[in-house]
Design a protein around this ligand. Structure first.
Ligand SMILES: Cc1cc2nc3c(=O)[nH]c(=O)nc-3n(C[C@H](O)[C@H](O)[C@H](O)COP(=O)(O)OP(=O)(O)OC[C@H]3O[C@@H](n4cnc5c(N)ncnc54)[C@H](O)[C@@H]3O)c2cc1C
Length: 459
């Protein structure tokens, strides 16, 4: 068997976290082996962020065709050609996939195809072949979880199957009203399905500020998306007619298919992590704030590390670990400073602390909030969207939270992210000019109002 050099870094898993580690490490002059069992790019590129956003774009066009009369544009919505939707979606994924393969190659990363296992603190084995690294980075990602006793198969599917479904179902039950469940609900409703969401917690998008969750529920209700909140799922049966769901309060729901979107579990089982002394908690890899596992020179990044399961968090953690290994002493990543977007119609975007979390952190009377309604924003009126921006600031201090709901607000979070992470005061940013008419102006107006000089605000 061929002898391999000892790499500076061996990365296990080529998703967002793993490939970002590899790219940044090679930029810093390190030799890297990147081991991937399936497809470079991982969940986000092939089964997550990108394909779902392509579906959401097609959904937006479908809504546009339906509603165009309102804007004086004659068109009729004739339906969804799902095969063409998939061709478009796969085309986007494939172009990005090719680009990523080119990037990894151009960086001189040694790409290893195969299933790896950690066999010692500095070695990953793939098909009997050892890859030794001065450092090892674990980045094996996550999988769609189910509930105990709830089997995936037939009409009961996860996002993996939903993304390649060969038809628009007549009706669908979605178990889970978090980000993934809400995005699929939005797509399917726009595509013409009858959609019901079942969420055990009291609200849809339950991790968001309650004001946002409430507005989101109102918007979904207005779109005709049905939902049940606050009651737990009990069981499901399936037959030729469809799926039959029962909740713990005895209520029943029927539909053609069911999507299980109850979260994602860490992909760490059987990979040798525990055997090498790495601490696991319900399968997640425990690290310190510098993403070190406490064993040898082993680090972990991405969805296997407890916290927000988001691709851009994985990228940033990958960059961080590469720089840490290179001795650049990067600043630890502040989890609350990571922006979060739900790309449904309407979109939800947030960064920093909710009002409740800010009060918990700074004290009940040490927090100020401000809501700016998109009703006062020209571009939002042109788009025909409703929603608001909610700012949370430490009293007489910096902005610590930005929360938004409305069409396209995901694109506005870039500014919110800068303001929160730079710990800017509303008074500092209020004088920075926003182009008119943009939706960005809504943020500018909110900063103006919070700085005590509202312009286009009614209260
Ligand atoms: C439907 C859906 C929509 C999403 N939308 C968004 C979004 O819009 N924005 C966002 O930020 N995030 C989104 N996410 C989350 C995002 O996809 C993940 O946070 C991100 O992919 C995590 O990156 P990762 O590198 O930790 O893991 P992954 O992307 O899961 O990559 C892990 C890789 O490791 C490989 N691997 C695992 N075990 C082994 C092994 N033993 N040997 C070799 N290779 C192995 C896997 O094949 C995989 O390619 C979405 C997820 C889903 C499911």
């Amino acid at each position: 068997m061929a002898e391999h050099p000892v790499f500076d870094i061996v990365v296990l898993g080529g998703g967002s976290g793993g490939y970002a580690t590899a790219l940044r490490a090679s930029e810093l002059g390190m030799s890297v082996a990147l081991i991937e069992a399936e497809k470079l790019g991982g969940t986000c590129l092939h089964w997550g962020c990108i394909p779902t956003k392509a579906l959401l774009h097609a959904a937006e066009l479908a809504d546009g065709a339906r509603e165009s009369e309102k804007y004086g544009v004659r068109s009729t919505f004739e339906g969804i050609d799902i095969e063409k939707v998939h061709t478009y979606k796969d085309g986007v994924v494939n172009r990005l996939y090719k680009g990523l393969q080119g990037l990894v190659k151009a960086h001189g990363v040694t790409y290893v195809e195969g299933y790896g296992k950690l066999v010692s603190a500095d070695t990953v084995e793939v098909d009997g072949q050892p890859y030794q690294g001065k450092h090892v980075v674990l980045a094996t990602g996550s999988y769609s979880r189910s509930l105990p006793g709830l089997e995936i198969g037939g009409r009961v599917m996860t996002s993996d199957q939903a993304l390649t479904l060969d038809r628009v179902p007549q009706s669908v039950i979605i178990l889970g009203g978090g980000v993934i469940g809400s995005e699929f609900a939005s797509v399917w409703k726009s595509f013409g399905a009858d959609v019901t969401i079942i969420e055990a917690l009291p609200n849809l998008v339950p991790n968001e500020d309650p004001a946002i969750s409430k507005a989101f529920e109102r918007a979904f209700r207005k779109r005709g998306i049905r939902f049940s909140t606050g009651v737990r799922f009990q069981g499901v049966t399936q037959d030729d007619d469809g799926v039959h769901v029962t909740l713990e309060d005895g209520k029943t729901f029927d539909a053609e298919v069911m999507l299980v979107a109850v979260g994602r579990g860490p992909r760490t089982e059987g990979l040798g992590y525990g055997e090498q002394g790495i601490t696991l908690d319900r399968g997640f890899v425990i690290t310190n704030e510098r993403l070190h596992t406490g064993v040898g020179n082993v680090y972990a990044v991405g969805d296997i590390v407890p916290g927000l399961q988001l691709a851009h968090r994985g990228f940033q953690q990958g960059i961080f670990v590469a720089e840490e290994i290179a001795g650049l002493k990067p600043a630890p990543i502040v989890e609350s400073g990571i922006p979060r977007v739900t790309y449904s119609e309407p979109e939800v975007a947030s960064v920093g602390l909710t009002e409740a979390k800010a009060k918990e952190t700074y004290g009940e009377d040490q927090v100020q909030t401000l809501e700016y309604n998109l009703g006062g924003n020209g571009k939002s009126q042109i788009l025909g969207t409703q929603g608001f921006v909610k700012l949370v600031r430490q009293k007489d201090g910096p902005v610590v939270g930005v929360h938004m709901i409305g069409a396209r607000v995901g694109e506005l979070i870039a500014e919110g992210q800068l303001v929160v992470n730079w710990e800017a005061y509303p008074e500092d940013v209020a004088s920075l000019v926003h182009a008119h008419p943009t939706q960005n102006e809504a943020l500018g107006e909110a900063f103006l109002a919070l700085a005590g000089k509202p312009l286009h605000a009614h209260n």
